[in-house]
Design a protein around this ligand. Structure first.
Ligand SMILES: [Fe+2]
Length: 133
């Protein structure tokens, strides 16, 4: 489980709120995996993570475009890599391979925490300068 901590805050309320929800969904996936052997349930939470990620990434990317953020391309690629990986996992689970649920969840947790603390921090100055709070 990931617990929200102030060290994850980027100081912009809309983005912090979305990151908190992102963490909640991943925690829900971890709980589902611990409590159930039903691959349908894993599929369902992975689907929710994918949908949430797409939505959240577009929030950030739209601001980057609007504010002419210089590292937009690089940041977008990191988002893209994540989406690709989750879709790949979904396909494996759909094909009946759910043995590696722990690996998926470890990847998701690690990626999100690292992304929030490293890559997302880089846009803070730019976003705040452009009026976000
Ligand atoms: Fe991001």
């Amino acid at each position: 489980m990931i617990e929200w901590d102030d060290k994850y805050s980027v100081g912009i309320s809309r983005i912090d709120d979305e990151h908190k929800q992102f963490i909640d969904i991943i925690n829900k996936a971890v709980a589902t995996n611990e409590q159930s052997d039903d691959p349908e349930e894993l599929k369902e939470v992975l689907h929710q993570i994918t949908m949430y990620a797409i939505n959240h990434f577009s929030t950030e990317e739209n601001y980057m475009i609007e504010f002419n953020y210089p590292e937009y391309q690089y940041h977008k690629e990191e988002h893209h890599d994540f989406s690709k990986k989750v879709i790949e996992y979904c396909e494996r689970v759909n094909a009946g391979d759910s043995q590696f649920a722990n690996e998926i969840l470890e990847y998701l947790k690690r990626w999100l925490i690292n992304h929030i603390q490293v890559t997302d921090r880089k846009y803070i100055d730019c976003f705040i300068r452009n009026g976000l709070k």
